[in-house]
Write a protein that binds this ligand. Structure first.
Ligand code: NAD
Length: 282
């Protein structure tokens, strides 16, 4: 029987730990504060922002909400970020992506002070991850490492294959698995003989963005399968990049969708907010 890796339970455990840290910081006079900026009112973004603010409230992190109109100019957004960068009472700054087409995302991400970059998307954060220095790490891959570790799954020495090379998931995932001493392969849309590559994996991470693409013929017997994908299907049902029912019989452990990787992303964002406190003024 495959072990079902319970992201809800692990994220709840992390949130409880963070609650304690936030309360301890408060007794020292520090109120952990996250500024959340949303431009426009994309419904999916509104749901994500709402969930992040709820998690803040649960843990005791103060959230400052900036809901800007769709027509906000890049200059106006950058001015707000500069103001927040300079505020001593703001520890973390999060700009919900995607931004409207007239705003250059990379300009905005690059404007966030690296010590407040709780999403881990700033080029300095990515560079530090690459050369093994401490810094903020993109929340979804950081959450996957926590899921693996807290489920007792060994990474060191294992063959790890990541399907997907996005800046937010695939690439940082590969770097983190490497940091944990995995032997890492990154597969992507141009990879030839994909199934042969993925069948080498002891740990297979699917971050491909294609509903139920990964079937059992991509999976080695006994592999650990991590499903990053989230897709809303007919009847409002959620599914991942992995064909769960088909893969369960051959793997040793698997993350479900929902309830696997998804809840870890917000938990790690909260973790980054708490960690940002130690970086202020540096
Ligand atoms: P993306 O579209 O930016 O990247 C997908 C990657 O998959 C690309 O690098 C591409 O090269 C690769 N790819 C596409 N088709 C392929 C194919 N046929 N074979 C092999 N590789 C192929 O997506 P992303 O932002 O990395 O997200 C991936 C998935 O994870 C999406 O379903 C997204 O919704 C989900 N996601 C979930 C969370 C979470 O919190 N659980 C967070 C971020 C993204």
């Amino acid at each position: 029987m495959a072990q079902v890796i319970d992201g809800k339970a692990v994220s709840a455990q992390i949130k409880e730990e963070l609650k304690g840290k936030v309360a301890a910081l408060r007794t020292e006079g520090v109120e952990v504060t996250l500024a959340v900026i949303q431009v426009g009112d994309d419904p999916a973004s509104s749901v994500y922002v709402g969930n992040k603010k709820k998690a803040c409230a649960y843990i005791g992190i103060r959230s400052l909400s900036y809901e800007l109109p769709e027509k906000t100019s890049q200059e106006e957004l950058l001015a707000l970020i500069h103001e927040l960068n300079g505020r001593e009472d703001v520890n973390g700054i999060l700009v919900q992506l995607p931004l409207p087409a007239h705003i250059a995302e990379e300009e905005v991400i690059g404007a966030i002070a690296p010590q407040k970059d709780v999403d881990g998307f700033h080029p300095q954060s990515v560079g530090k991850l690459c050369i093994g220095q401490p810094g903020f790490v993109s929340c979804t891959p950081a959450g996957i490492i926590q899921l693996l570790k807290r489920s007792g799954i060994e990474i060191a020495g294992k063959e790890c294959v990541v399907i997907g090379r996005s800046n937010i998931v695939g690439k940082p995932m590969a770097l983190l698995l490497l940091r944990e001493n995995g032997t890492v392969t990154v597969a992507h849309s141009k990879t030839e003989n994909l199934k042969e590559v993925t069948k080498r994996a002891d740990i297979l991470v699917a971050a491909v963005g294609k509903p139920r693409m990964v079937t059992r013929d991509y999976v080695k017997e006994g592999a650990v399968v991590i499903d990053v994908g989230i897709h809303r299907m007919e009847g409002n049902k959620l599914c991942g990049d992995v064909d769960y029912e088909n893969v369960v019989p051959v793997c040793s452990a698997i993350t479900p969708v929902p309830g696997g990787v998804g809840p870890m992303t917000i938990a790690m964002l909260m973790n980054n907010c708490v960690e940002s406190v130690g970086l202020q003024g540096k």
